[in-house]
Each structure stands twice: as structure tokens, then as C-alpha cells.
Design a protein around this ligand. Structure first.
Ligand code: 13P
Ligand code: SF4
Length: 304
């Protein structure tokens, strides 16, 4: 039997035994997405993590996502199959640097992209994802200053959509920020009829060249609903798999094949199997941190 089939079978059996649910981000490897009970973007995954009645959540994604699951479902066992799967963008802000910045901006509301640690969320007023950032920022009182952390590309895009002045943090996604206008122009030259879809973690000059800017799920929805047949996808290349599955009659081209997040690819089927066997590595959050971080996440979920 093929390795993949054997591992998939073992995972299915262990999942029943452990009363576990497997959640996968859309950037995960195809075979990992295939064994998941639910595949989605950060917002959908946090909703699922909050609502599941499973005893164990196997989170196939990166550390901050599993941490959000632990914040939202403290009575569940949350397992991240590989602890090294971090998010370099989330590591660009910590609670000490944030406290310093907050002192410089007294009264400013802190909007934290979910790509942050639990400690940073705990020191923030409200969270957002790329799917709801415009809505979250628009909901804030117009007389309050805003500090948007840590992704300045997403922040600048939200500022453009809402017209709200904002202070930014100098953070970015190492994967999306690598994309250059030349990549898009080359892809367009190769596929002149294709629609360009871009994630707001890309630089502003990329978003200027896009036909639509949306979160991963937003891009997927756009492709499904569009009468067009070809799409250039400016985000982590993992999204091409669910896109091709959802629209087998359409063509999807990566804006650049190097748009790969190494952390998202660290989770493999054997690590998922091991995580179900040992229920490790576990992700937990200190109760005092959890309570405050939950407040920021819950405000976001109420508004979404
Ligand atoms: P989505 O919120 O669109 O899933 O993107 C999040 C992301 O970049 C995960 O790293
Ligand atoms: Fe972090 Fe970017 Fe990877 Fe998402 S794609 S996990 S933002 S490094």
C-alpha cells in the first residue's frame, strides 16, 4: 500500500478513537487538507475551533492559529503537529515593544491581526483577519486613533478601504511581501485573459495590479462565482489546491511559484498521525493571558 494511503487510514482510525477534529488551513499540503474535517481561512478556522464539540483539535496550520483555538476552547486538547511551525510575521511584534508603542500613542485602539501571539492579543483591543479587517476597523469609534499591528501591507489596504487614518507596525509576511510587480506583469503576459486575485498581505503596488483583493476564502469564493475561466493567484500557492478542486473546469496560475510559506508546509501526514497518537505537542495559554486575549478575539467574532 502507498505510504499516503496507509497514513490516511491510520489517521482516520486514530481520529475516531481520540474523538478529534482535524482543522486545516488552505495553505497546507494537499494530502493534509484531504485528511482534514474542515479546511478554511483563519477566520473560519477560529469559528470552527470555538464551536466544535470534539475533545481534541489537531490544528494543521501555524502556531498562532492553534493558540487562538486554545484561547477559544480552553477545555479542549489543542495539538499543533509540529511546534516549529511558527509565523515570522507574528514574531515581528511582542508585548514589550507593543507596550512601548502604546505609551507613545495614548488612547489609540490597537487592532491586532490574528497573526500575533496570545500575549500580543491580550494587550490589544480587538482582533481581525484579512476577511473582516475592513469591517472591524469601520466599526471603531471615528474619534479614536488606531494602531494596526503587525502587517503594514494589510493595514495600508484597510486604510485605503475605510479612509481611516492609522498608525502601522513595521511587520509583513515574508512570503507575500516577496512578490514584485514584474511577477504579476509576467503572469499577465503569459495569461492575458486571466483575472488577478491578490491577498492583502501583498505590497500595495501588487494590490494596484489586482482585479480583486480578498482573503484566501474570499479569493476562492470569487473564483467560484466568476464567469471568467482563468485566474492568477497572488497568495501562498497552497490555495491553488482547494481552488482547483472547487472549480475543476477553470485554470489557476500561481503569481509566482516561490510564494511558499515554509512553516505552513512543515505539517506532514506522519506528523498528523504522531500528533493523534501522542496528543503532543500541545498548545496551551496561561489563564491570565487567555482571558484578555479572548476578549479581543470574542469582539472580532461578535462583529464578523
Ligand atoms: P487568511 O486569513 O486569508 O486565511 O490568510 C491568513 C494567512 O496569511 C495565514 O498565514
Ligand atoms: Fe505567516 Fe505569511 Fe506564513 Fe501566513 S503565509 S503563516 S502570514 S509567514
Amino acid at each position: 500500500m502507498q505510504d499516503k494511503e496507509r497514513l490516511t487510514g491510520e489517521i482516520r482510525e486514530l481520529k475516531e478513537k481520540r474523538r478529534a477534529v482535524i482543522l486545516s488551513h488552505v495553505y497546507q499540503r494537499p494530502e493534509v487538507q484531504d485528511v482534514a474535517d474542515f479546511v478554511g481561512d483563519s477566520l473560519e478556522l477560529s469559528r470552527k475551533a470555538a464551536a466544535t464539540d470534539a475533545e481534541v483539535i489537531i490544528f494543521c496550520g501555524v502556531h498562532f492559529m492553534a493558540e487562538s483555538a486554545a484561547i477559544l476552547s480552553p477545555d479542549k486538547v489543542v495539538v499543533l503537529p509540529t511546534l516549529e511551525a511558527g509565523c515570522p510575521m507574528a514574531d515581528m511584534v511582542d508585548e514589550i515593544a507593543l507596550a512601548r508603542r502604546k505609551k507613545e500613542l495614548p488612547g489609540a485602539l490597537v487592532v491586532a491581526y490574528v497573526n500575533t501571539s496570545a500575549e500580543v492579543k491580550a494587550a490589544s483591543d480587538i482582533c481581525c483577519t484579512s476577511a473582516n479587517a475592513v469591517k472591524i476597523v469601520s466599526s471603531l469609534p471615528p474619534d479614536r486613533e488606531i494602531l494596526f499591528i503587525p502587517d503594514q501591507n494589510l493595514g495600508r489596504w484597510v486604510r485605503r478601504q475605510t479612509g481611516r487614518p492609522m498608525h502601522f507596525w513595521e511587520g509583513h509576511c515574508n512570503t507575500h511581501d516577496k512578490l514584485r510587480p514584474e511577477d504579476i506583469l509576467e503572469a499577465k503576459a503569459a495569461h492575458p485573459a486571466a483575472v488577478v486575485l491578490a491577498h492583502p498581505e501583498c505590497r500595495p503596488e501588487i494590490l494596484d495590479l489586482a482585479d480583486a483583493v480578498a482573503s484566501t476564502t474570499g479569493m476562492l469564493r470569487y473564483a467560484k462565482e466568476s464567469p471568467k475561466r482563468e485566474f492568477i493567484v497572488a497568495t501562498e500557492t497552497g490555495l491553488l489546491y482547494p481552488m482547483r478542486q472547487a472549480c475543476p473546469d477553470k485554470e489557476f496560475y500561481p503569481a509566482a511559484t516561490r510564494l511558499v510559506c515554509p512553516n505552513m508546509k512543515r505539517t506532514t501526514l506522519d506528523k498528523v498521525r504522531d500528533a493523534l497518537t501522542t496528543l503532543r505537542p500541545r498548545v496551551t495559554v496561561e489563564p491570565q493571558v487567555r482571558e484578555k486575549a479572548l476578549a479581543a478575539l470574542a469582539r472580532m467574532l461578535e462583529l464578523s
